[in-house]
Ligand binder design. Structure first.
Ligand SMILES: [Zn+2]
Length: 368
């Protein structure tokens, strides 16, 4: 074992708490961290120790706050969002436990510390609860656009959710009413009210694509065509922004995490901040599906906690949230990105952020 001390540094060093450091580092002895702090302070404490540059960031293990592991066998797709939905439906056969197993293996190989997964199949929920050694939340996805069926859908789901909750271990059970356009208003209310009462964390896809905004505001655009093809009813639009629509339904609160939230203006972000919601951004998926750019400055201004997720392998080349942050490196303050890839994710998932302190094992330090 190497016992000569080294000083590790990177563009940003984040210990999992406090402010990410621009001229920070870790003194490393053997397999452990011996000291953390500013680079000059470390050099005074360890005179002559070599300074080793470890790249862009040194952090605790990152957390992927939003993925769809059961889509890990879906071929990668780029193009408009409505095209992606068709792509998912056309490749539905590859969805299931084998794909989820593959996705979880990938997360483990990447050294991820936690994950938030949207689960579309009961068998996948059973498998994750029984087999995942990575902590996280498995959010049962619910789709139900027909308001007339809301009570039946909810009544069928409720006992299942409560039974899964009894099996919680490292993985907790959550609930994901899919999106503004795929869940009816009464079903949304039933699900979110139930989740708040029983303590299920919630993730909702919202304000993802420009088509969604057109559909919610005016019932126009690609979604209308899609609904007609699928023989689904086209609704009378609420006539507001997607975020405002969820707020008007009384759904927003601290237990609800909004996924994407790209197509927003300042009024929407204020609503999100005031409700105490957190947000997960999936930058590469948004770019690939032509959904626009996440307004980081607006969210920072209003103090909203932002996490990073990759979304599924169908719209992301890998499940590594470090690549989400690196994709934005130089465009967004790297300290914000590093914190989103770690603390933001753990907060969304209801977990403590792992800390790097004196005595931490190097296996708990990621360089990227
Ligand atoms: Zn998603």
């Amino acid at each position: 074992m190497r016992l000569e001390p080294e000083i590790w540094t990177a563009e940003v060093v984040y210990l999992g708490f406090g402010t990410p450091m621009l001229r920070g580092g870790l003194a490393v002895v053997g397999d452990h961290v011996a000291m953390t702090g500013g680079l000059e302070e470390l050099q005074r404490a360890y005179p002559g120790a070599p300074v080793v540059h470890k790249g862009k960031a040194l952090t605790p293990p990152v957390a992927n706050a939003h993925t769809h592991l059961d889509l890990s066998r879906l071929p990668y797709f780029e193009g408009p969002y409505v095209g992606f939905i068709r792509h998912v439906l056309a490749n539905g056969a590859g969805r299931g436990v084998e794909a989820a197993r593959q996705g979880l293996e990938e997360l483990r190989a990447l050294g991820a510390g936690a994950f938030g997964d949207i689960v579309a199949r009961d068998a996948v929920m059973d498998w994750l609860l029984g087999h995942s050694d990575l902590p996280g939340v498995a959010y049962r996805e619910v789709i139900g656009p027909d308001p007339g069926k809301a009570h039946d859908v909810f009544a069928a789901l409720k006992p299942q959710l409560l039974a899964w909750k009894k099996r919680e271990g490292r993985v907790k059970v959550g609930l994901s009413p899919h999106a503004t356009h795929t869940v009816s208003a009464p079903l949304f209310r039933l699900l979110v009210e139930f989740a708040a009462l029983e303590g299920f964390p919630v993730q909702i896809h919202v304000a993802e694509s420009p088509e969604e905004s057109r559909y919610v505001r005016r019932a126009e655009g690609g979604f209308v065509e899609f609904m007609r093809q699928m023989k689904l009813p086209v609704w009378t639009p609420p006539g507001v922004s997607p975020v405002q629509y969820l707020a008007d339904l009384g759904l927003l609160g601290p237990g609800v995490t909004l996924v994407h939230a790209v197509q927003v203006d300042e009024a929407d972000v204020r609503v999100i901040a005031q409700a105490g919601c957190r947000v997960v951004s999936c930058p590469r998926s948004n770019r690939g599906l032509e959904c626009g750019e996440f307004p980081w400055a607006l969210y920072l201004k209003h103090g909203v906690e932002v996490a990073l997720g990759t979304d599924s392998r169908g719209s992301s080349p890998d499940l590594d949230v470090r690549n989400e942050a690196l994709h934005l490196w130089g465009k967004v303050d790297p300290r914000v990105l590093v914190r989103s890839a770690t603390r933001g994710g753990y907060r969304v998932l209801g977990l403590q952020t792992p800390r790097i302190t004196r005595g931490s094992a190097l296996s708990q330090v990621q360089s990227w």
